[in-house]
Design a protein around this ligand. Structure first.
Ligand code: DGL
Length: 292
């Protein structure tokens, strides 16, 4: 299987993006905001739809079949409503399973987010790297293939956290998470084996960079934390180009869409506003788990 840092892109150059493109950034929840922030820096002129499938959150617990079907169904709705020029799947858990399905089904170009194992392998000096992700992402063949392709010479420690994405959501919604809870989730990333210590942690869930300052403060020793968001923003520019002078969206054209919205209170609204998303819209799409 061919693997690629940004999960490759299918792009038809005949479909030229408009001067003010609409960029759809998609995640199960608020983690994709870490990617949105980087994309916004390089294309401040674009129209944005930030879509959170919070009715399906957390994706990390879903089987591959349920998740792929879910993401395609939600995307069908979002593409129909918002007609984006490009879609960024700002979610490792979804990208590592749903990208081929999305590319088969829709003609719009997709950029995925997959575990930053290649840059982690390039960065490490000790050869010991940890991949901190959801339980779904660490179990994927896609992740194993990335390790075999890019990090065969490293000792790769896969750490699947059940709670961290929820902790990141809680913090953003104004509910503080105690240090000891965070520490419990990140401690398995820190391995010392025959004098060799982990020196790089690939943040392989887009929620985790939201907690980066806390991780840095709690880490038992300093490591390099890799956040893939800047690389994804560069990929957006490769595909749709730099801003076109004289064309730009109005400030109020960035919207946040939620498929449930139950957790949206005043602190979250102001966090979204501070990130450039002043309009919040509900597009209900309940999760039917069929017993899962
Ligand atoms: N933000 C998502 C990711 O990058 C996962 C969170 C979830 O479990 O829904 O994997």
């Amino acid at each position: 299987m061919r693997v690629d840092l940004l999960a490759g892109v299918t792009y038809n150059p005949a479909v030229m993006p408009s001067p003010v493109p609409t960029i759809l950034v998609f995640d199960s929840g608020l983690g994709g905001l870490t990617v949105f922030a980087e994309v916004l820096k390089v294309r401040p002129d674009a129209r944005y739809v930030y879509a959170a499938d919070d009715a399906g959150f957390p994706y990390g617990r879903l089987s591959e079949a349920v998740l792929a079907e879910r993401v395609v169904a939600v995307m069908e709705r979002l593409i129909g409503l918002h007609d984006p020029d490009i879609v960024v799947i700002a979610c490792n858990t979804a990208s590592t399973v749903a990208l081929p399905h999305l590319r088969r089904r829709f003609s719009v170009p997709f950029i995925g987010t997959v575990p930053a194992i290649k840059p982690a392998a390039r960065t490490t000096r000790t050869g010991a790297i940890s991949v901190l992700a959801t339980p779904g992402t660490v179990a994927r063949d896609y992740t194993r293939d990335l390790i075999d392709t890019y990090a065969a010479g490293c000792k790769v420690n896969l750490v699947g956290s059940r709670r961290l994405a929820g902790f990141a959501e809680a913090e953003l919604a104004g509910i503080p998470v105690p240090d000891h809870d965070l520490l419990e989730e990140i401690l398995p990333c820190f391995v010392e084996d025959e004098g060799r210590r982990t020196d790089v942690v690939a943040l392989s869930c887009t929620h985790y960079p939201l907690l980066l300052a806390r991780f840095q403060a709690l880490a038992p020793w300093p490591v390099t934390w890799i956040d893939p968001a800047p690389a994804i923003a560069r990929r957006v520019i490769q595909l749709i180009g730099e801003p076109v002078p004289g064309h730009e969206a109005d400030d109020d054209e960035a919207i946040a869409v939620f498929t449930d919205g139950a957790g949206i209170g005043a602190p979250l609204r102001s966090a979204l506003h501070a990130r450039g998303l002043s309009q919040v819209v509900m597009e209900p799409w309940p999760m039917r788990l069929n017993g899962e």
